[in-house]
Write a protein that binds this ligand. Structure first.
Ligand SMILES: Cc1ncc(COP(=O)(O)O)c(C=O)c1O
Length: 468
């Protein structure tokens, strides 16, 4: 697989860090020096440095330059090395439904007014309304094709091209959201009783699908900065018959971890070698603050990767537009989409396609990423000032969430109901595993501005933890 020049430089510098040629605290040569030394454009050097920053290997110090970061002490995120025990069926607690029904607790204080009125929403709705008027008769009388609107698929194709991932328009199928895509992907790969590998901690939506489809799961340990351990997965697949592995390699939830380029490459090579499907949840892939990383699909030469995503986190949860690119299983999955849903709304799809084609989406994303980074920093400051006994948290370079560790004696599941009575919603750690781990963890989102009511709610949670 050919690498961009910035990737070659990033690889070379990360190797020097790995081999301790460059050590923690060392200042990297300036952008000008690096560009001369490697005969690269300054913009490529900057891109490489942003990449290393996103991987947590270097940090930018204002008006000084880039420095090698001290290796972060990894949080212990593995619940009792679960992957060493046999795969088990999933039994999700009732609290799942309750939390999902409350917008998955992305907002700590949902009854407070929203101050973020994104201007793009009006433009988006204008485009959709126009599309609804334009072909009102035809759309009312005919279903659209199961694979979805071609102009929308062409825009999605362009989005991936910008992330160095070449897809054909015919390799993309529109669905009613990422959860729908994941459901179709697992249905296509597995039969009841089959085993899948998932992240630990994992997105709870995947646990729900596994339960619904009667699948057994093996939880693979994940680092809170670099995601799934390919080494652990490698051990697992030689021991158990794993049909598919579901992974969110770019800014996963709850940790916000992003797998480094070479780990993604290794993961795809492993899937190709051992013939299991990689179901890639890329829903946060466009929400990197300094980098838009390549999806796993970029490395896929044999059709082993099933890419799933949607506009829910980057544009609007209300659209209910997602997609998949199913590799070897694309045809089967498109048929399952047809069986499942027949087709999606044609006018909504063509309105969204227009919104993208006019460049509004690009502009919106650029602004949104900056805002999210600021909100992440505000949340971190608030936690450090108000939660005196937290035990650390992930500091993601993209996505929407932090993964907070609390003292061992705290059970965040038990905090859920009493806080709910005060109008506060939290996402307890138990939601992210089929085991009993993560009881003393909490996912916090920075999707919303930390205004006064939300700040007050956060302080109340901090106080609650202190009194536990
Ligand atoms: C990792 C992940 N995948 C999928 C989904 C579901 O997305 P959609 O709204 O597109 O169905 C979510 C929503 O929270 C998510 O966090």
């Amino acid at each position: 697989m050919s690498e961009f020049k910035y990737q070659q430089l990033a690889r070379l510098l990360s190797k020097r860090i790995e081999q301790h040629i460059l050590q923690a605290g060392d200042k990297l040569p300036s952008i000008r020096q690096l560009s001369q030394e490697f005969s690269l454009a300054k913009v490529s050097v900057q891109h490489a440095l942003h990449y290393l920053e996103a991987q947590g290997l270097v940090e930018a110090r204002p008006r000084s330059g880039y420095y090698v970061k001290a290796a972060e002490k990894e949080q212990q995120v593995v619940p009792g090395m679960a992957y060493e025990s046999p795969p088990e069926l999933v039994d999700v607690p009732h609290i799942f439904q309750q939390i999902m029904a409350r917008g998955a607790a992305f907002d700590v204080f949902p009854s407070a007014p929203l101050h973020d009125h994104p201007p793009h929403i009006e433009i988006l709705h204008r485009d959709i309304s126009r599309a609804q008027r334009q072909r009102a008769q035809e759309n009312a009388l005919y279903y659209g094709p199961p694979e979805g609107d071609r102009s929308l698929r062409a825009q999605i194709q362009k989005q991936y091209k910008a992330r160095n991932c070449a897809l054909d328009v015919d390799e993309i199928c529109i669905t009613s959201g990422c959860q729908n895509s994941l459901f179709i992907a697992l249905t296509a790969c597995c039969q009841p009783g089959d085993t899948i590998a998932i992240e630990s901690p994992a997105f709870y939506g995947v646990l729900q699908i596994a339960q619904q489809l009667g699948l057994k799961v093996l939880e693979i340990p994940c680092s809170s900065s670099s995601g799934m351990s390919v080494e652990a997965l490698c051990k697992v697949i030689t021991r158990w018959p794993v049909k598919a592995c579901v992974v969110t390699p770019s800014y996963s939830t709850p940790t916000g971890a992003c797998m480094p380029y070479h780990e993604k490459q290794k993961l795809v090579a492993l899937a190709q070698q051992h013939q299991f499907f990689l179901i890639e949840d890329d829903i946060y892939g466009e929400l990197g603050f300094s980098l838009q990383p390549e999806p796993l699909k970029h490395f896929d030469q044999l059709g082993q990767v099933i890419l799933c995503s949607s506009f829910s986190k980057s544009l609007s949860r209300d659209l209910r537009i997602g997609w998949f690119s199913g590799g070897k299983l694309h045809e089967k999955m498109t048929y399952l989409k047809l069986v499942n849903q027949l087709s999606g709304s044609q006018s909504v799809q063509s309105g969204v396609a227009k919104f993208l084609a006019e460049g509004h989406y690009r502009r919106l994303l650029n602004r949104y990423r900056q805002r999210l980074k600021q909100r992440r920093d505000n949340l971190i400051t608030a936690l450090n000032n108000n939660w005196c006994n937290h035990q650390g948290f992930s500091v993601p370079d993209g996505g929407l969430t932090l993964w907070v560790k609390l003292p061992d004696h705290i059970d965040t599941h038990k905090m859920y109901q009493p806080l709910l009575q005060q109008g506060i919603t939290i996402t307890p750690g138990v939601l992210f595993s089929s085991q009993t781990g993560f009881r003393n963890y909490l996912r916090l989102s920075f999707a919303h501005t930390l205004d006064k009511p939300r700040m007050k709610a956060l302080r109340t949670v901090g106080q609650f933890i202190q009194n536990c």
